[in-house]
Design a protein around this ligand. Sequence first.
Ligand code: ADP
Ligand code: MG
Length: 676
Amino acid sequence: MLSLDTNIQFLKGVGEKRAQLYKKLQIETIGQLLYYFPRSYLDLTQTKDIADCHAGEIAAVRAFVTAKSREQHIRKGLSVFKLKISDDSGPMNVTFFNAKYTVDSLQIGEEYLFYGKITSGGLTAPMIFPTDGPTKVIPIYPLTQGLSSKTISSAVQQSLSLIDEQLPDPIPQSLRQQYSLCHLHYALCNIHLPSDPDAVEIAKRRLIFEEFFTLALSLASVKSRHSSGTSYSCPDTDLSAFYSSLPFAPTGAQKRAIEELCRDLGASVPMNRLIQGDVGSGKTLVAAAGICIACQNGFQAAMMAPTEILAHQHFESLSRLLEPLGLRLQLLTGSMSQKEKILAKQRILAGEVDVCIGTHALISDDVSFSKLALVITDEQHRFGVAQRAKLSGKSENCHTLVMSATPIPRTLALMVYGDLDVSVLDELPPGRQKIDTFVISSQKRAAAYGFIREHLDRGLQAYIVCPLVESGEADLGLLNASDYAADLAAKAFAGYKVGLLHGKMKAKEKEQVMEQFKNGEIQLLVSTTVIEVGVDVPNAVIMMIENAERFGLSQLHQLRGRVGRGKEKSTCILVSDNRQEDTRERLNMLHKTNNGFEIAEYDLKTRGPGDFLGMRQHGLPQLKIADLSSDMQLLMQAQEAAQAVLAHNVPMTEDEHQHLTQAVRAMLRGVGSRPN
Ligand code: ADP
Ligand code: MG
């Protein structure tokens, strides 16, 4: 008997060479092979009569071979075979290209299943299956170089015939019963070699459940919240000095969020709170209030931002808010010199710093705090679960605050953050004007440039954003930021100060450019999406985005959020020559609304979770079969089951417990860190 841990080289037909190919698919054991699921299936249970086949459709036909032509050489390297087949309803021609081996194996007078596209000339290059094969639903595997779907399928078949029917199931029997889930053995057999389409569904449901279930348990184990108490309770929550030093009055939403923060920080259990607010809603101010409280109670606070630019900006704005109150702030980023970093770390450890603001550099192992009470992660979706956990891990049972402009459905939030409280900033600071948004074609670009120049002449500033262009794509009419900037500086914006910002620049260079843009030395900033998160220059009032169709709506909304931050009327211009109706409609959505939540919902509906709810961004492992947006009901059931397990409400044998623990560990290896 094979176990799931057996190396796949044990299988016949899998030698060292093939094992290497499998390794590329992260398949080294029988278990990993069996969890490599088909991408789709060919359903041969529904065959069509030849007379009912229409050109253009994909069909399965069950027919006898009546005649075979000789090989015809069309030109060098291309030969054609013709076949006549027929069923009770009539005859049909079949054409094959370069398929001598396939055609030779077919016998005149024998019946086969043909599956493929019907054209006006009959069937072209169909797949062929025996009529008495083991299964009529054929699995199709995602292909990689050198491993065909058939090869994988036969390795899978071999494995299935060799594994124990009683193989260890990570879902305890009591839960299988409660949620009507089949046993793992049945699921694996029928996801790969289904007897009929219904069996696929039964298998799928169980495997999706399993994936959500182990994911929920894994996440629970990395979550930063501890049920034990905190030694960082902050009883002094008097913010009057903070409020009176503010240059503006906080919005009602900010006040509410700050009050919730005060309550949390004053309690004797660690805070775990998410601040969700659209771009420009003023999340930084709420964070500042939290920092203020932690520090006036004698503790330290740390804030992590996803980019250097953003870390710098936070350092500056928080310094403005907090230095007058006597707090000592420290910046810590990867681009600082060794010497600066060492000095900063010494100060942090010695408690000579109250607030530390930085990038990923903050979570490196050699950074230690003396009395860290509050950790804040800005733009949380840019960080992996493990990275956030690592920051919290710098101090046992400290308070955590995450901030996000990306709205996440409640169930997903639960899954990603666990049991967490949410404050919503549903109000923009006063005086903000709606950002007018227009979609134009590139023919109108010259006019748009004129519009931008008028604003620059009035002392205002503007951004032009280009999507990231891979080499070779430039031919497609896509604009490359550096060439584009050079062209603008020479022509349309000759005499104006044009700057360039892109991801490949050194951190120091980026910083310098941002500094120049902030103090007005640069009037027009041409950039890739590096400015997407958080950058705040209130004097910039126009955001023009090239090849807008290449972005997700939420991302466009984030980019647009870079303007409309001051008193001046702001404009967003989306340039796209894509005439497809759904693209037009999508872009038009930005013209219609400025509400980030509405936009995110639309994005989710039309594009799926990929962009902004994508696992990548949440630092979740790549799921093999489950889909976070469409399998919502199963997700909730699995979540419920996981909670029952955590509360010790699920009867389990010693063995079952062990199988489950193993599955969770395997999943945890995938819960990694993944910035950007
Ligand atoms: P985000 O929620 O996108 O992170 P920020 O915290 O960067 O927003 O705030 C956006 C801008 O609004 C900043 O320039 C900030 O100084 C300003 N701001 C924040 N709160 C207020 C307020 N209550 N009144 C006026 N301006 C505010
Ligand atoms: Mg922000």
